[in-house]
Design a protein around this ligand. Structure first.
Ligand code: PLP
Length: 394
């Protein structure tokens, strides 16, 4: 049977870097859409021509609008997503809504969380948090059973990655959220490595909080992260990391304690990162249009092919074998993987390397199967060339 045409390839022309490189590093930085040039140009036009009036006409609402654009990709109700500088700040906002002085002060997380999300929660010990780390056995999976066991009636918060940055393992977020809710705890789901590549439905998951950034799988560039707060919680939580954007009447400039406004502004603090919000929008539009379900189907095929090619060569794979448990990245630990990575970059095959993982290949909807083959053939060439001088020296 002839292969189905790949409709997603029509977006290739939107990403200039694809003309010059084999771009397989969307787990780190998604390719820049061509339209970001126009978007940032219009930011300059507004600032140059409208000056301070830009706030009223456009910029004050922009945070909410971009929050809603991100929210649409994870089925979040309008107004439930606020935008911030990065995920670490989003974690801090959530933490600032809670008190760790009571009996319910346990924080359960996994050693496969992104380090920033680990360092932040470890640092909350000094504020009374009892931090419990669940460890991986194999550096790929995080045992769901062990997370579920650790969540007890003294647990307050469970900050976990949906897709693990190191191995692309997809955690069973639904089971973890259900257990947390049974004992009265809240889950902070870090969707940085899932949203845009793996379907996320915060309402279906009944997630309490969901966070992530737009610069990887959403092709939105650095400087914009999102925080979804479940609407019923959003109405009552009072973040202590707060500021004038969160006040119900920010332009009254009232003296004294704050009066919290409605979400999403309730979870904001000060002036928003306006240029980043302009830069974020073209990528979000393309991802919405392309559709995450379609992207996921293609991603599974591409990661399966990477695994097949690596298996044929006997290289170690640090990613789940089960496609349903695997996100968009395949980490491959071939011989001399760190050096191989440097050489791949020199040859315009853009990937990265992480300790205990190897070379991470992260194809996205804009990549072709031929690029996958070519990337692995380039590794063959590099390894072949590395062996030749070594042999010649003997
Ligand atoms: C799962 C995950 N969380 C968080 C981050 C980064 O957090 P921040 O936005 O605070 O830099 C990354 C970046 O690679 C990540 O992969």
């Amino acid at each position: 049977m002839p292969a189905m045409p790949d409709g997603l390839l029509r977006y290739r022309a939107e990403f200039p870097i694809l003309e010059r490189t084999t771009y397989m590093i969307s787990n780190s930085l998604g390719a820049m859409p061509r339209r970001v040039y126009d978007s940032l140009h219009s930011y300059c036009d507004v600032w140059a021509n409208r000056g301070v009036r830009a706030w009223e006409e456009n910029w004050w609402m922009l945070s909410r609008e971009v929050g809603d654009q991100i929210g649409a990709i994870m089925n979040a109700p309008q107004g439930s997503v606020s935008v911030h500088q990065n995920v670490t700040i989003c974690q801090a906002i959530v933490a600032s809504c809670f008190d760790f002085s009571g009996r319910r002060n346990k924080v359960v997380y996994s050693d496969m969380n992104f380090p920033s999300v680990m360092y932040f929660w470890e640092a909350q010990r000094s504020r009374g948090a009892r931090v419990h780390m669940v460890r991986t056995d194999d550096g790929i999976h995080v045992p769901t059973e062990r997370i579920l066991e650790a969540i007890d009636d003294e647990t307050l918060l469970v900050p976990i990655s949906h897709v693990v940055f190191r191995s692309a393992y997809i955690k069973d977020a639904k089971a973890i959220i259900e257990k947390a809710h049974r004992v009265g705890a809240y889950v902070v789901l870090d969707c940085f490595q899932s949203l845009g590549n793996v379907p996320v439905d915060v309402q279906q998951l009944n997630a309490d909080f969901a966070t992530g950034g737009v610069l990887k799988w959403l092709c939105g560039g650095p400087g914009t992260a999102y925080l979804y707060v479940r609407p019923d919680l959003g109405k009552k939580l009072e973040p202590k990391l707060t500021g004038w954007f969160a006040h119900e009447n920010p332009f009254d400039f009232e003296i004294g304690p704050t009066k919290y406004g409605e979400p999403p502004y309730r979870f904001m603090q000060g002036t928003a990162n306006i240029p980043a919000l302009y830069a974020a929008q073209p990528g979000l539009k393309i991802i919405r249009e392309a559709g995450v379900e379609r992207i996921r189907e293609k991603s599974k095929k591409m990661t399966a092919r990477l695994i097949e090619l690596a298996d044929q060569r006997g290289w170690k794979i640090n990613a789940p074998r089960d496609p349903e448990q695997r996100g968009g990245t395949v980490a491959i630990n071939m011989p001399d993987s760190q050096q191989v990575c440097q050489e791949l970059l020199r040859r315009d095959v853009l990937v990265d390397w992480r300790p205990n993982a190897g070379v991470r290949f992260s194809p996205h909807f804009y990549n072709t199967m031929e690029e996958i083959e070519r990337a692995i053939e380039t590794v063959d060439e590099i390894l072949g060339q590395m062996r030749v001088p070594a042999a010649a020296a003997r």
